[in-house]
Design a protein. Structure first.
Lengths: 400, 403
């Protein structure tokens, strides 16, 4: 009899454990439209395998003193700045500094253009020189970049209007630059006087995602590669600290990240908000729809997508003029950021918004109100909206 | 030099006090403290030999789901540990503990120390020993615990099992219902991998992996570890422990490279048994302080904290099948670690980098030295910014036994 009691206790306890551990209380999956990370649907086996390798290198490869970190650096891994492939915060800002005039950049010997404000033991981190001009940028979201990389040069040029010939007050400017020797121009790229269209970065100073990847390893983590072999501390060429295969895998990862998915698309207020977005002229710079050209990743080829950017530089006014610039952008010019994924920004920014190039805006509304220059009229249109329309517009932007 | 002076002072205080206290027979089980765990194990003595041997094994299965995505089903051979004890001569003992982790992927000498016993109140120990920081670090054998995983705070904050080479003294005093124990050691310490490591955070467990720690001190400066534990035979035990040492290479060949940067841990542990020995409650709180070099905070934390508490209730004791003194227990563990205590400088928001976890358990002990465990562990992981956490649910089944 005693034994039977024991068996019952064991049995009940076991059932209890199983019940406790049943599917209903195991962690459930997060909806795909709530996540920024993840691959484009339809990649083939080889592409998925490379994506996974790139994902690991991007998010899990932590650089240490043994693997080449620094000696001066900003971060120890790619994923440390782009949590969940989303935007970063002012806490892990990149600081670019220097001075550009006819005498060149006198701050180059002090580490310009990027401030590596952390260092390994035995080295001193760089300090921002007194009187140096600088701007800070929060790390951008990296999802959907493969689509933006495939917008044809001719489409970008067709959206530009440097002299504002259509008199709409918007005069998007193409960022032209000289590509480094290790890059091959894209198929059908347009070249003028040896310069190509640069489209990535807040000042549009990167030609393509490979260029951006190589620069970020070097400038952000202090990792010399075959492509950028200069040690950020000594300024001397050193042996590569990362394999070219890893750089290629990370490039493939960035190319194959899915585009953010808009949420609640059938919500009436959001539909109305989208109409208001168009009506008050936001779409003049934040172009809703672009299309890709040919890609050897079949699922990216000739696709229509909705990033809400024109990849052009615009005058954003004196309040957003930090006095320092890079590439062909003027100090008051910034490249139109894509708005897709905007509403998910807090998911990678610790539950808060840090918008605009340096994270100075803590809400979407604050960000709109900080627009100046070419966007001044659109800002005024927004301010004059009835509160219901304003809320619908904000709801739409938050759904992206 | 300060650390030597402190150690000598503490030692002298204990020696002085010992003359006023009555020494009892410390073999009495009521006199056993957590710090005695290394010798409080089942060992088999070979006939006519001074050597005794023993060991334990821990293995389990695990099925995990992280944010709704299955991590799959795994079998884990966590560790196989062998003990060798030898009474070399009267009042001269040697004990060693060799651990094979994950099927031999890591082989560690956790303990290999010679004890010279003058008196229960004063003993000398030299060799490789587990630093007496917290309770779990010294009392970590799988068969003693009703949970499959080791506590987070005792692995991620205090890097159990932290062992080092060095020398020290330990002893116990007995007054009425009270037992007071102490340990103080100087040993090699951590290296700068507590900062520059693959975990991307300040991590003492990463620093523990220094493979040269039994050869030389990375900093060239001894690390101090000390513990005082007080036990009331009716109520339980409380211990407070402290560790402090330099972790960076501050000089090389007489050339000063950097200022000395310290790492320190303070830990409080407790255990008690109530309701006619049916209810056992134990736990540990630990706080870590690290002097960082300029600029690397807040990505790397200069302060960490962690705690765990286990509550085990014995629901049945008696015969099960052919086991006369089998035990069935239900238990619950609650634990928390914060790898980076503080606020961000720029945004003035809280730094997260935290793990919360709860684990209900059902354990069956056919005999005292063996335990079969079923656990359900639910863990919530926050990144440094406190973004949407990773939620991990694990169902574990395993056993652990001395042999």
């Amino acid at each position: 009899m005693n034994n039977i009691k024991i068996y019952i206790i064991i049995y009940i306890s076991f059932l209890f454990m199983i019940a406790v551990a049943c599917e209903s209380i195991l962690p459930t999956a997060i909806n795909d439209d709530e996540l920024l990370d993840g691959p484009i649907e339809g990649l083939n086996n080889e592409q998925i395998t490379q994506f996974s390798r790139g994902d690991f290198a991007f998010n899990n490869q932590i650089f240490t003193t043994e693997s080449g970190l620094g000696p001066i650096f900003v971060s120890t891994s790619c994923g440390s700045c782009h949590f969940g492939d989303g935007k970063g915060t002012p806490e892990n800002s990149i600081i670019r500094f220097g001075k550009l005039d006819s005498m060149g950049n006198p701050y180059q010997i002090l580490g310009s253009p990027q401030l590596q404000y952390r260092s390994i033991t035995g080295y001193s981190p760089e300090k921002l020189p007194i009187n140096a001009l600088f701007f800070k940028v929060v790390p951008p979201a990296i999802t959907g970049l493969g689509y933006l990389a495939l917008v044809s040069d001719s489409d970008i040029i067709s959206m530009s209007d440097p002299d504002d010939k259509d008199n709409d007050g918007i005069s998007g400017v193409v960022s032209w630059g000289v590509i480094p020797k290790y890059l091959n121009p894209n198929i059908n790229s347009i070249q003028i006087n040896g310069q190509y269209i640069f489209r990535f970065g807040k000042k549009a100073t990167s030609y393509n995602l490979f260029h951006q990847t190589v620069k970020a390893y070097n400038q952000d983590i202090g990792i010399a590669s075959q492509q950028e072999p200069i040690d950020v501390w000594s300024g001397h060429e050193i042996e590569p600290e990362i394999s070219s295969q890893t750089v290629i895998d990370v490039h493939a990862y960035l190319n194959s990240l899915k585009a953010p998915i808009q949420r609640n698309q059938s919500d009436e207020e959001i539909i109305n908000g989208k109409k208001i977005f168009v009506n008050i002229g936001c779409g003049g710079c934040h172009k809703e729809t672009l299309k890709t050209g040919y890609s050897d990743i079949e699922v990216l080829s000739n696709k229509v997508f909705h990033p809400y950017t024109d990849l052009l530089l615009h005058n954003m006014g004196s309040d957003l003029d930090d006095g320092y610039t890079e590439g062909s952008a003027k100090t008051f010019e910034w490249r139109t950021p894509a708005l897709w994924g905007l509403g998910l920004s807090p998911n990678s920014q610790g539950g808060k918004f840090y918008l605009m190039h340096d994270g100075r805006a803590n809400s979407i509304e604050e960000a709109i109100l900080m627009h100046g220059g070419e966007a001044t009229l659109r800002k005024l249109n927004f301010q004059n909206l009835p509160s219901k329309d304003k809320n619908n517009l904000l709801k739409f932007l938050n759904s992206l | 030099m300060k650390i030597y002076l402190y150690t000598i002072k503490i030692s002298l205080i204990f020696i002085f006090i010992s003359f006023d206290l009555k020494a009892l027979n410390d073999k009495d089980s009521n006199n056993i403290l957590n710090m005695d765990a290394v010798y409080n194990r089942p060992l088999i003595k070979l006939d006519n030999q001074s050597i005794a041997i023993g060991g334990y094994v821990e293995t389990n299965t695990q099925y995990s789901i992280k944010n709704g995505i299955s991590e799959g089903f795994s079998f884990q051979a966590k560790r196989l540990t062998l003990f060798f004890s030898s009474t070399i001569a009267k009042q001269l003992k040697f004990l060693s503990e060799i651990e094979f982790e994950s099927g031999g992927k890591e082989i560690n000498i956790e303990f290999a120390a010679l004890d010279l016993e003058f008196d229960p109140s004063i003993n000398l120990r030299g060799g490789i020993f587990v630093n007496p920081i917290g309770a779990f670090n010294q009392n970590h054998d799988g068969p003693k615990w009703d949970f499959i995983d080791r506590p987070l705070s005792a692995t991620k904050i205090i890097p159990s099992t932290l062992s080092n080479v060095g020398f020290g003294i330990y002893g116990k005093y007995f007054v009425s219902n009270w037992v007071l124990g102490y340990e103080t050691y100087l040993s090699n310490g951590f290296d700068d991998k507590i900062i520059y490591n693959a975990e991307n955070r300040t991590s003492l467990s990463a620093g523990k992996a220094n493979s040269f720690k039994f050869e030389e001190s990375f900093s060239g400066t001894p690390m101090f570890t000390g513990k005082i534990a007080l036990r009331n035979r009716n109520y339980g035990e409380i211990g407070i422990s402290y560790l402090k040492g330099v972790y960076n290479k501050w000089q090389n060949d007489g050339i000063i490279l950097d200022k000395k940067r310290n790492v320190s841990i303070i830990a409080l542990d407790f255990n008690t048994t109530l309701i006619e020995n049916k209810l056992n409650i134990n736990g540990e709180v630990a706080k870590v302080f690290v002097e960082l070099q300029e600029g690397i905070a807040p990505q790397f934390g200069n302060e960490q904290v962690g705690f765990y508490s286990d509550i085990i209730y014995n629901i049945y004791k008696g015969r099960v099948l052919n086991w006369e003194n089998a035990k069935i227990s239900l238990g619950f563990r609650c634990e928390f670690v914060d790898f980076n205590v503080g606020e961000f400088y720029e945004t003035k928001t809280k730094i997260f980098d935290e793990i919360w976890s709860i684990t209900p358990t059902l354990s069956f002990r056919p005999v005292g030295s063996s335990v079969i465990k079923i656990n359900y562990k639910y863990e919530i992981n926050y990144d440094i910014l406190g973004n949407l956490p990773k939620k991990i649910g694990s169902i574990q089944f395993g056993f652990s036994t001395y042999f």
